[in-house]
Design a protein around this ligand. Structure first.
Ligand SMILES: [Zn+2]
Length: 146
């Protein structure tokens, strides 16, 4: 940060910055839920993202602001921005134009590919990937009796 940030101080106060003044931003395609990429924002990059409709990052390697798509044409149009529970990560939901990854892959994770894993399984009776069903109090679902 070269310049003073224009971020709302009330929002800035909720962020837990790393030692470089940055917060991790996970970018997700709003229409499909695909996780597209991860970047870094300082307060000013977040202010620009919140106020311009376009996603802006801080480039750690180039030490400059970087508005996604300005050189590639693969722009990201902001739909929603959320802060996580402890303030150290942002979830930015966008409409992505073209490829999110600089390699030309749709997502950075598609570009990086799978690592070998031992596949785990939830305990019997736990619906995978879901919380309690709507209207059902937490802890009262199947499997809670044991
Ligand atoms: Zn990438």
């Amino acid at each position: 940060m070269a310049e003073p940030s224009t971020l709302d101080p009330a929002i800035a106060a909720r962020l837990k910055h790393d030692e470089h003044g940055l917060v991790c931003a996970v970018v997700q395609e709003d229409r499909t839920g695909e996780v597209l990429m991860v970047g870094w924002m300082d307060d000013e990059a977040l202010a620009r993202t919140l106020s311009s409709g376009r996603v802006t990052f801080w480039s750690r390697s180039r030490q400059e602001y970087w508005r996604k798509g300005d050189t590639s044409g693969h722009s990201q149009h902001v739909r929603r921005v959320q802060l996580d529970c402890d303030g150290d990560a942002l979830l930015v939901r966008v409409h992505q134009v073209g490829a999110a990854c600089h390699t030309g892959a749709r997502t950075c994770f598609e570009a990086g590919g799978d690592l070998p894993v031992v596949v785990g399984a939830a305990p019997e009776g736990e619906p995978a990937g879901e919380g309690p069903a709507a209207g059902e109090p937490a802890g009262n679902g199947p499997g809670a009796a044991s």
